[in-house]
Design a protein around this ligand. Structure first.
Ligand SMILES: [Zn+2]
Length: 259
């Protein structure tokens, strides 16, 4: 068994331990490793920044049994833009929680790339945060093998209708003309979202595009809100999980309650 391991990864979260150590979860191409870093919370530690949450670097680890210890690390990208914007930081924490709860110990290089690119756009603020979040959520569902079927209308097979209805539970879409509402099991209406063909084209792009073109599209206004609402509802429905970090992020976006 090798006693040393060099891996590239992004820090998912950090926890202080003892007087000056910390434990951090590191997302790598081969799953998540928990690493102990000695004395990195001491003033002047040269590994303080690279072992912070959301830092990306190359880490040289010492392996002892099932445990990993930090020997050295070289930063690749520290995403300083995240540290100065509370909304971006809150979204990064949400992405991190989703990754921690869905990553497996198998090789998932696509998941690591998605996390890295999403942090990059959040940090650079070159895309609306709402768009970055939608891409992360819908692409994550795709990477995990839970992509919705967006090839054509589930009823008449039309490829690109003018107006569509995205059906969350059926994981597909139908044209507005083909849509017949059905009661959901609890007596409520089934969750659906109505949108234009621009929403469909954007959702298709997120599901089908190459990694390097994933964020290369534009969408704004009401269509972006619908895409964002769809991506979140779809992912939460498929994962059946609760994310406290998402609740926190939503709280930040809420207007202040009147006094
Ligand atoms: Zn149709």
């Amino acid at each position: 068994m090798p006693t040393h391991l060099t891996v590239k990864g992004v820090v998912l979260r950090e926890t202080p331990v003892g007087e000056a150590d910390k434990l951090f979860d590191l997302m790598t191409e081969n799953g998540i490793l928990t690493v102990r870093a000695r004395s990195v919370r001491k003033a002047g530690s040269k590994y303080a920044a690279v072992t912070q949450s959301f830092s990306c670097g190359e880490f040289c680890l010492r392996v002892s049994g099932e445990r990993y210890y930090l020997d050295s690390a070289v930063p690749i990208e520290l995403f300083y833009g995240l540290r100065t914007d509370l909304n971006a930081l809150a979204l990064a924490a949400y992405f991190s929680e989703v990754i921690r709860k869905t990553a497996t110990q198998q090789s998932q290089p696509q998941l690591l790339r998605l996390f890295f690119m999403s942090l990059q756009h959040l940090s650079q603020q070159d895309r609306p945060a709402e768009l970055v979040k939608a891409v992360f959520e819908l692409r994550l569902a795709t990477v995990l093998g839970m992509a919705p079927n967006l090839i054509c209308c589930g009823v008449c097979m039309e490829y690109l209708p003018e107006q569509i209805v995205l059906r969350i539970c059926d994981a597909d879409f139908v044209c507005a003309d083909c849509y017949i509402p059905r009661p959901a099991p609890e007596g409520t209406e089934e969750p659906v979202l109505s949108g234009s063909r621009a929403v469909l084209q954007a959702a298709r792009h997120i599901v089908f595009s190459e990694d390097n073109r994933l964020f290369q599209f534009r969408l704004g206004g009401r269509s972006l809100h619908i895409l964002a609402e769809y991506a979140e509802q779809y992912l939460l429905h498929r994962l059946e999980m609760y994310f406290p970090t998402l609740k926190f992020y939503r709280g930040l976006l809420m207007p202040e309650a009147p006094a």
